[in-house]
Design a protein around this ligand. Structure first.
Ligand SMILES: [Zn+2]
Length: 340
């Protein structure tokens, strides 16, 4: 029996020592020490031993059992450590590898300008309003006092969807929508896409962007209009900029003006860009809201008055960044756009 015990010990220790599989160790424990294990089976035969042999074999059996347990426990530690080392090796991160960063975009120069303009007017107490690009003929023309024979209503100037719907030719219908829903005091800004039947050249595109402002309240005068626009021009383009108001005609305002601003290049001294006039022409259109427009929207024109102004955002972006051709803004060429 002593030999059998020593044989089990030798065999078990060798197997445990040689295994590379952590999970296999539990199998060895069951094989030798489990209820039906080899050592357990052997010990059940102890009863057959003589009284002198029994203590000696019992002690040896205990030593074998403890030896196997200890061997399993030691091997477990070693294999676990191996496994951990392997994991570290496999998942090693080389923090010195220089991976190119993902390219991050930014907003379009046109929308940068629009946002800058909006922020400026918000700081002056205006709120932002939006309107649809597909408008009714009524909001785009009739309510804005554009007579039935006005040339801008012509098929060759406007994209009609059907008899009553069109792609808005200006952002002014947003003024109508606002005045129909909201009673004075009104102080709003609206910007967005507008559409006209224009051939594409350096400064024209059938799709372009406008920004428009409207103020309606009691006792609003031309002086309020001029002060607002002068403050805006100086804040946006620089303190040294001057403005010039020239009489003009718009159906929805009376009186109406076009506003010139000092030449952006020579600041008024005269240069080839401004044909030596010192002025940058027609940056804005503006005027006092026509009483008919107020009445069309249910606002008492005896009690309230208002002013409105509008500008081409594309034009302002071109002037601000020195962009020579409006097409650059819409070509979506990343080489151009990433400059801004
Ligand atoms: Zn100039």
């Amino acid at each position: 029996m002593r030999d059998a015990l020593l044989k089990i010990q030798e065999e078990a220790l060798l197997k445990i020592q040689e295994t590379e599989i952590l999970e296999g160790l539990e199998g060895f424990r069951i094989q030798y020490l489990g209820k039906k294990g080899e050592l357990t089976k052997l010990l059940k035969e102890m009863g057959k031993l003589s009284a002198e042999e029994r203590p000696f074999i019992g002690k040896l059996a205990n030593e074998v059992k403890e030896g196997i347990e200890e061997a399993i426990s030691n091997r477990k530690k070693i294999l676990k450590n191996f496994q951990y080392q392997r994991l570290i090796e496999e998942e090693k991160l080389d923090v010195t590898v220089n991976k190119p960063m993902a390219k991050q975009g930014h907003s379009h120069p046109l929308y940068q300008v629009m946002e800058e303009l909006e922020n400026l007017f918000i700081s002056m107490g205006f709120s932002i309003v939006e309107g649809p690009e597909i408008e009714t003929v009524e909001n785009n023309f009739d309510k804005l006092n554009a007579p039935k024979n006005h040339p801008t209503r012509d098929l060759s100037d406007t994209f009609y969807i059907d008899k009553n719907l069109l792609l808005r030719t200006h952002t002014s219908p947003v003024q109508i929508r606002t005045m129909m829903q909201q009673k004075p005091p009104i102080r709003i800004i609206s910007a967005g896409r507008t559409f006209r039947f224009d051939d594409v050249d350096d400064t024209h595109s059938p799709m372009f962007h406008q920004m428009e402002g409207l103020v309606v309240d009691e006792n609003v005068t031309m002086a309020n209009l001029m002060h607002t626009l002068d403050s805006f021009i100086k804040e946006f383009f620089g303190k040294e900029m001057k403005t010039r108001y020239r009489p003009h005609y718009f159906p929805f305002t009376e009186p109406s003006c076009e506003v010139d601003v000092s030449c952006f290049k020579c600041k008024g001294a005269g240069c080839p860009d401004c044909h030596d006039t010192g002025w940058s022409m027609e940056l804005l259109g503006c005027g006092m809201v026509h009483p008919n427009v107020l009445e069309n929207c249910g606002i008492d024109s005896k009690k309230y008055s208002g002013f409105a102004f509008g500008m081409g955002v594309d034009r302002i972006a071109m002037v601000k960044y020195g962009i020579p051709n409006i097409r650059f803004l819409f070509d979506n060429d990343a080489r151009f756009l990433k400059q801004f």
